[in-house]
Design a protein around this ligand. Sequence first.
Ligand SMILES: NC(=O)c1ccc[n+]([C@@H]2O[C@H](COP(=O)([O-])OP(=O)(O)OC[C@H]3O[C@@H](n4cnc5c(N)ncnc54)[C@H](O)[C@@H]3O)[C@@H](O)[C@H]2O)c1
Length: 279
Amino acid sequence: MLNVSDVMLTGQKALVTGAGQGIGEGIALTLANFGADVAALDINESKAQATAEKVRELGRSAFSAGVDVRDSSALEAGLEAAASEIGDIDIIVNNAGSAIRRPSISYSEEQFDEQVSLNLKPVFITSRWAATRWIESGRPGNIVNVATTEGIRGCPGFAPYSAAKAGMINLTKTLSSELGPYGIRVNAIAPDYTPTPGLDEIDLSGRTPGQRMENIIKFIPLRRLGSPDDMAGAVLFLVSELSAWVSGQTLTVDGGSLACARVEGPMPFPNLVKRLKEK
Ligand SMILES: NC(=O)c1ccc[n+]([C@@H]2O[C@H](COP(=O)([O-])OP(=O)(O)OC[C@H]3O[C@@H](n4cnc5c(N)ncnc54)[C@H](O)[C@@H]3O)[C@@H](O)[C@H]2O)c1
């Protein structure tokens, strides 16, 4: 039988990239609330500091640093500094990422490379850093990568983002296969529409996703958008003992949208049931 303590992260040290706002901030605070000390890395140093301050208010130790995850040396230096400050890292959440939108044929090579450097390569860098240390010290470890439903299906306008996140999902599987024998688990979550400052920066035909939500909600079976807490709950499951025998998986956190064909839109169930009864 599982115990309440199996969901707790007491004594563990978690590092979250892109922890300054949105989903990353939500994950960082939830992990802290369940007992972990947290290192918050973000390209925006003051936002990382603000998250670290909130972690301290929850009674946990915290570290923050301004790090651009596209810069591998800076990322490794940030990982080292975090471990020196809060202790050996047990949990890595690769969350930093963002998308740009344009037709595939209009992307420049630099834009394509940039999207891969941001959304895929840091998973390799942080995993190599952490797994090397976990294997040498004989300690288990946990990695969770924040992918997207667009890494599972194609997504018009987001070719390099979608491809990089698909790469992230595959890297999750390969790393889990190689690292499993050392007690290291590697999983991913695939969020769908979750209002965050970053999501609202993406321009969709002159309207932000925030302005299009009413239409989008119709195609989500659970009839609401995601929240950073929805994502944090899935990450908590994946880094806690609740998922002790789960590795290599990508958990879609999408209100059921990926399970639902969108061809004709949602069924008008109450009307349909009424009509069938009348027949
Ligand atoms: N919001 C959604 O609907 C949604 C859906 C699917 C997947 N995701 C994924 O979730 C993750 C978080 O998204 P969000 O919506 O919270 O975004 P957001 O833009 O609100 O937050 C992202 C954070 O990452 C930081 N960041 C950006 N580039 C960075 C870099 N190069 N180095 C370090 N930090 C950097 C930003 O400063 C910011 O604090 C991303 O990987 C995104 O692809 C989001």
